[in-house]
Design a protein around this ligand. Structure first.
Ligand code: C2E
Ligand code: CA
Ligand code: CA
Length: 524
């Protein structure tokens, strides 16, 4: 069977398929876990950003409260407002210092009292918020300054950068969050940078506060997705690996199981993989093609052209040989009928018919269908029944052979001399031709027993008036020997190998053109 012919090729295909199928759940698992991790990280980053926004809003609300309560005091002497400023700085959460400004001159602070510093409103985002590297009190600790002003009066509330840093650290949840105020931003390590903040490589969320002029960005560094999977989904990943290995192993096992021959033959039959080859039979007189034997081939989808010896026994055993032969007969009828006028008159077309078919009355219909495809009497249908396979004739068999005989179908006894029932067959069925098996022909001139058998067959055929076909002729010596003994029909590689039908038709067409040209030449 082709299934067993190219084992390594099949094994390689099976391994590739199993690996492919086994990899599928693993790849699906990786994709699923990757998107799950991504989603989780995105959610984490979003909730961290929102939490930070909320807390910064609360801080700035506090600063806003401190400045709202104090900016109107601007212009009053520092001694008069200092106490009030201290009260605000003490009472307001997160606020470290409160001060008032007049015409952008910072002149009174809750911490120092009288104090002088010029304020540049343009340093503040929208005149409201400044993220500063530090101030005179704590030059190394960044501060977030909230400014409120109306006309020439103004107030400042300073929030300690360490609060900001705390918020960024605690809301980050394993990721990173930064506070962005205008052109500056503060990292969760508490450092302030003047540069555009680069996007986080993974799951970045950036939200701007609706109340104040700042935004918060959160996200994760590259490699975080894998770290997250490793940390949280390693068990699930194990499940996918297990599923992949199981699927691969199961596929390998299933593919490795031998497909029942009958199932494979059925598939091939419905795929139209059984095709006819044709080998010409020549007249011993002039070597013209007076007939042909149809030989089945399996044009296997992956194993190529398969010899009938490898699959006919399975086809016979399963009974599929009947529909397979029917398919071959239909293909031959379809292709040869259109060129039947180019074949010699009464051209013999022989099919090998197995024992199974000889018990099936359907054979009558198959032959009738075949004959009807051709113009009447243009061809002779020959059924070759082999002597190797013993036909147990029943009532149907006799009726069948009678009716075939009446239809003009000829019977050839194939492989004559190789079985034990040669004479029995000749008595029971009306046989028209004897085919001398190629095993005897190949021994001509080499083996005296084979030569003796051939001589006996020829003597017998002469006595009971049967025509003889010799098959398997490969050498001119064999041809000479058979011609000398008046064998009428010859078949073998010496004349032609079995051919695909289209090549045979091409040759017939060419011969017909040559004949016409010759006829015209002799007429002129
Ligand atoms: P067979 O009916 O005896 O067919 C003759 C075999 O001899 C063919 O082999 C043919 O290719 C081969 N042959 C022809 N000339 C020469 C030659 O000069 N030298 C050598 N060495 N061989 C030659 P193939 O085609 O491989 O068929 C083998 C057998 O398979 C056939 O033996 C026949 O028994 C069976 N078979 C083929 N087609 C069918 C079919 O459609 N139905 C059935 N039931 N059996 C078939
Ligand atoms: Ca044959
Ligand atoms: Ca034979």
């Amino acid at each position: 069977m082709p299934l067993t012919i190219k084992r390594h090729k099949r094994m390689a295909v099976n391994i590739c398929l199993s690996v492919l199928i086994g990899t599928f759940p693993i790849v699906c698992g990786i994709v699923t876990l990757h998107s799950l991790a991504n989603r989780t990280l995105e959610q984490q980053s979003e909730s961290a950003t929102k939490a930070a926004i909320q807390q910064f809003n609360a801080m700035l609300d506090s600063a806003e409260g401190a400045t709202s309560d104090t900016y109107r005091l601007a212009g009053s002497p520092c001694e008069d407002v200092q106490f009030l400023l201290r009260e605000q700085a003490t009472q307001r959460l997160f606020v470290r210092t409160v001060g008032v400004t007049l015409n952008d001159e910072f002149y009174c602070s809750s911490l120092f009292g009288k104090f002088f510093e010029h304020i540049r409103p343009t340093d503040y985002v929208n005149g409201q918020l400044l993220l500063s590297f530090g101030n005179v009190v704590t030059p190394d600790i960044p501060v977030l300054i909230y400014r409120k002003s109306e006309n020439e009066k103004g107030a400042l509330a300073v929030i300690d950068g360490r609060y900001v840093k705390n918020v960024l650290q605690h809301t980050g949840k394993g990721g990173n969050s930064v506070l962005i105020v205008g052109p500056r931003w503060m990292s969760s390590s508490g450092h302030v940078f003047t540069a555009e903040h680069k996007k986080f490589p993974i799951a970045e969320t950036r939200i701007s506060s609706k109340k104040y002029f700042f935004s918060v960005a959160s996200g994760f560094n590259s490699g975080e997705v894998l770290r997250h999977i490793e940390k949280n989904y390693i068990d699930l990943f194990g499940v996918f690996i297990f599923l992949g290995l199981s699927a691969g192993a199961f596929t390998y096992w299933t593919l490795g199981r031998a497909i029942p021959p009958s199932q494979e033959l059925k598939r091939a039959l419905s795929a139209g993989e059984f095709i006819p080859y044709i080998q010409p039979i020549v007249s011993a007189e002039d070597e013209s093609w007076i007939g042909a034997e149809i030989l089945m081939r399996w044009n296997h989808s992956s194993d190529g052209l398969v010899s009938p010896d490898l699959f006919i026994p399975y086809a016979e055993h399963s009974g599929l040989i009947v529909p397979m032969t029917q398919s071959i007969m239909m293909q031959v009828a379809k292709q040869l009928a259109p060129i039947s006028q180019k074949l010699s008159k009464g051209f013999h077309i022989g099919f090998n018919i197995s024992n199974h078919h000889c018990h099936d009355i359907e054979l009558i219909h198959d032959c009738q269908y075949f004959l009807n495809a051709f113009p009447k009497d243009s061809i002779t249908l020959v059924l070759e029944i082999t002597e190797r396979e013993i036909i147990e004739p029943g009532a149907t068999t006799y009726e069948l052979f009678d009716r075939l005989n009446n239809m003009g179908v000829k019977i050839a006894l194939d492989d004559f001399g190789t079985g034990h029932s040669s004479l029995d067959y000749l008595r029971k069925f009306k046989v028209d031709y004897l085919k001398i098996d190629k095993s005897f022909v190949s021994m001509i001139g080499e083996d005296s027993l084979s030569t003796h058998i051939i001589e006996s067959i020829l003597a017998l055929s002469e006595k009971i008036n049967l025509s003889v076909v010799a098959e398997g002729i490969e050498t001119p010596e064999q041809q000479k020997y058979l011609k000398e003994r008046k064998v009428k029909y010859l078949q073998g590689y010496l004349y032609s190998r079995p051919l695909p039908l289209d090549i045979f038709i091409e040759k017939i067409n060419q011969a017909s053109i040559n004949n016409q040209a010759q006829a015209q030449l002799s007429n002129s």
